[in-house]
Design a binder for this molecule. Structure first.
Ligand code: ATP
Length: 257
């Protein structure tokens, strides 16, 4: 399913934080959103997953206006991993994942055997089957993150919107989660801080600064030394991975302007 964001502006408390963003995620593509702290990544994603309404512009899924759907209709198509996700109630991890099935349930709202099997598979896919009966509130940050990714997968969406999906994860888990997301076949829009991870895993990157998209395209076309200096305040050196030949970026801090 194709995600089209067109002329999207987002305001919070009367202040416009995201300006006129246009980008497309083709079906099955993994699109990365990168930018410095406070550049508007979460605000943009929050509007895409309907936690905020657009001040202007639209979000379409295969031509359907996402903000014109009911919450249940939208949740059958699009699942989100928010940055500050979770629950204040002491549900088990399995119960948190089962919440992903709510948009698909009718009547009693109780998960069916098929729902439970799907949730078990989602937990297993993120390597968290052993956490099923643990209280969510007592999980580590990385364990919580994996359970929340399982909840998003259990929702069986067509599109995933991920705000820092590798936050809290150790390096092996970061690589596993991005590989899982890549191999899911879903259309994915993900905010990522690690530029090397983003470059390796994403089909395309969009750089956001001051709430505006300032560069877009294939990762290594976008992450130029000039852009990294101007937008991130770092000097970047390109080196090749000795075995795979993949380009890796090494960074030094530039003196503050
Ligand atoms: N509810 C709010 N009220 C006022 N300002 C806000 C609000 N939410 C976000 N902002 C401001 O909007 C700007 C963009 O914030 P946002 O969280 O979208 O950035 P981000 O790129 O996701 O940052 P980070 O990388 O630090 O997570 C920041 O300056 C932030 O302080």
């Amino acid at each position: 399913m194709r995600l089209d964001i067109s002329g999207l502006s987002v305001a919070v408390a009367g202040q416009r934080l995201v300006h006129d963003v246009t980008l497309t995620a083709g079906s099955g593509r993994l699109i990365g959103l990168v930018g410095p702290n406070g550049s508007g990544k979460s605000t943009l994603l929050r509007c895409v997953y309907r936690a905020l309404r657009p001040a202007a512009g639209t979000v379409h899924l295969d031509g359907t206006d996402l903000h014109a759907l009911t919450a249940r209709e939208a949740a059958r198509l699009l699942a989100a991993l928010p940055q500050e996700a979770g629950t204040d109630f002491d549900f088990t991890a399995a119960e948190v994942v089962a919440m992903g099935r709510l948009p698909h349930q009718r009547g009693s709202g109780r998960p069916s055997a098929a729902d439970r099997a799907l949730c078990d598979r989602a937990l297993a896919r993120v390597g968290a089957a052993h956490l099923a009966e643990r209280g969510f509130l007592r999980l580590s940050g990385g364990e919580k993150q994996r359970v929340l990714i399982a909840r998003a997968l259990a929702q069986e969406p067509q599109v995933l919107v991920l705000d820092e999906p590798t936050n809290h994860l150790d390096i092996a888990q970061q690589l596993d989660v991005l590989a899982l997301v890549r191999d899911s076949g879903l259309t994915v829009l993900a905010a990522l801080h690690d530029l090397n991870l983003a470059a390796v895993h994403c089909d395309e990157l969009h750089v956001i600064a001051g709430g505006r998209i300032v560069a877009s395209g294939p990762p290594h076309d976008v992450l130029t030394a000039e852009l990294l200096a101007e937008i991130f305040g770092v000097r970047a050196h390109r080196v090749r991975h000795p075995e795979t030949g993949a380009v890796q970026l090494l960074f030094d801090r530039l003196p503050a302007a």
